[in-house]
Design a protein around this ligand. Structure first.
Ligand code: 2M8
Length: 475
């Protein structure tokens, strides 16, 4: 750690952070899955479970495997992995839209357990690979054997059912599919999809969190109306039929990374399929660069599939394509400069704000329109390490640990003051803290083989709080 970073090191010791993060995950555990937060989000969310599995792999790998296995119980016959697998033990009316809204089991390709109809970013192969790295052995080998075909079906669904004609990139058909739900990057595409007929519903999301930190009523009405339209289309896979259809840099960069992870997993369980997934990752690379790199603004931006127009906005999602190992060097340099500029890290005490600080759509406390999130910091940290940018990576790790140390495991944080916002006891903030703490700073992370052997050779020697927690958790 640099002297500057050491001077800003967290007030709570790594051991304390480790123990408190593990406690949050324990509290939110239902017996088969981890709730994002017990009051605000009382079901199992798709990409939350992936982040959570990354963290759990550091403390309780059995539980990490179960987390993903239980999520895939909700997979549809088409391969679709839904945004939410509903928790039958959740109190009635504790979350909207609920399982009755979707009635997904009634659709011809629907799931056998209640789920939502939308999807979320495909981080699951990355999570499975994290488990493979953190806990090599027969239990993980068996887990990868079982999960591999399900991951393949999920990725095939995205490649075949969710791409617009002539594009290799996945389209999201609802802001909730982005994971960055209320991002200003969707404002224009939402406006173009309107007007929306009124739906009768009661918002539940502001029951536990201040309304000023949640989407406006107008935005929420648009979300529910778009979800109702999608449900009315039978959760159609025809992207052209959806009034909101956007190609998003974060979603597609996460998918590219997931294809690379799936190639690594194939290397363990189906060597004949390695090339298929490497090729798929390459296709996504070309799509990202050809379709989402705005050569005028020199930034990755979301693109409306119907109009072909860029969002014109830089958000934290613009930085996630740094996960692409084949980006031209000038693009890498530009994305790193953007991350470090006054738009993002250079303009605040606690990076990375979710929207550019310089944008007139930036809102300091409203969810996904400005605050800093631990999961996006983690993705850009991972990407910066892969891209050989230890300065940016170290800054994001230090800032994230400072945030959770001072503000607890909140859903998001004020990028200026570090004040915690949104839900409390938030699982992915806790889980990724474990990964930040356990990570071997400075280790190369790109090559699957060297990555794996490097970790195996250092693990025994490194002093890790993981051992204490593992012992306490009865591992
Ligand atoms: C938020 O989204 C849900 C809808 O999916 C909501 O606001 O009700 C987002 O932050 C999303 O990325 C996250 O997966 C979910 C649960 O943590 O909450």
């Amino acid at each position: 750690m640099s002297p500057a970073a050491a001077a800003r090191s967290p007030a709570r010791s790594p051991d304390e952070l480790w123990a408190s993060a593990a406690t949050v995950l324990e509290r939110n555990w239902t017996g088969t899955a981890t709730l994002p937060s017990t009051a605000q989000y009382p079901h199992q969310w798709s990409w939350d479970s992936a982040f959570i599995a990354v963290g759990l792999s550091r403390v309780q790998p059995d539980r990490a495997r179960l987390e993903l296995t239980s999520l895939f119980r909700g997979q549809w016959a088409s391969g679709r992995l839904p945004q939410i697998v509903y928790n039958p033990a959740a109190p009635r009316r504790s979350y909207f839209p609920d399982a009755d809204f979707w009635a997904a089991e009634q659709l011809p390709d629907g799931p056998s357990v209640p789920t939502a109809g939308l999807i979320q970013p495909p981080l699951h192969a990355r999570a499975a690979w994290s488990i493979a790295e953190a806990d090599p052995g027969p239990a993980t080998d068996a887990f990868l054997q079982t999960l591999f075909p399900k991951l393949v079906a999920w990725h095939d669904y995205l490649h075949t059912a969710r791409t617009a004609s002539g594009s290799s990139l996945v389209s999201i058909v609802h802001p909730w599919e982005s994971g960055l739900d209320n991002s200003p990057a969707w404002d224009d595409a939402i406006a173009a999809a309107g007007p929306f007929s009124p739906e009768r519903f009661v918002r539940r999301d502001a029951d536990h969190v201040a309304a000023s930190q949640r989407p406006t009523d107008a935005d929420y009405r648009a979300y529910v109306a778009l979800a109702a339209r999608y449900r009315a289309s039978g959760c159609s896979d025809d992207v052209a039929r959806q009034s909101f259809a956007v190609e998003d840099p974060l979603f597609n960069a996460v998918f590219l990374d997931a294809e690379r992870c799936l190639a690594r997993i194939a290397g363990r369980v189906r060597p004949d399929q390695v090339a298929t997934h490497e090729t798929a990752a390459r296709r996504l690379h070309h799509g990202l660069v050809d379709r989402l790199w705005n050569t005028e603004r020199l930034s990755f931006e979301a693109r409306d599939v119907h109009t072909g127009r860029f969002s014109g906005l830089a958000t934290v999602g613009s930085l996630v394509p740094l996960l692409d190992p084949w980006l031209p060097p000038d693009v890498v340099a530009r994305v790193v400069a953007q991350a470090e500029s006054p738009q993002f890290a250079g303009g605040c005490r606690y990076p990375l704000p979710s929207a550019a600080l310089t944008s007139d759509r930036f809102e300091r406390r409203r969810y996904w329109r400005g605050p800093t999130w631990i999961n996006t910091n983690w993705m850009v940290w991972l990407a910066a390490r892969q891209a050989g940018r230890p300065g940016l990576a170290g800054q994001l790790r230090t800032s994230s640990l400072e945030l959770v140390s001072a503000g607890g495991y909140r859903e998001y944080y004020d990028a200026m003051t570090g004040r915690g916002l949104g839900a409390t006891g938030f699982s992915w903030s806790a889980a990724l803290t474990l990964d930040f703490l356990a990570a071997d700073e400075g280790a190369a992370v790109d090559s699957p083989a060297s990555d794996f052997s490097a970790r195996q050779s250092t693990e025994g020697a490194a002093r890790s709080p993981r051992d204490d927690i593992g012992a306490r958790a009865g591992r």
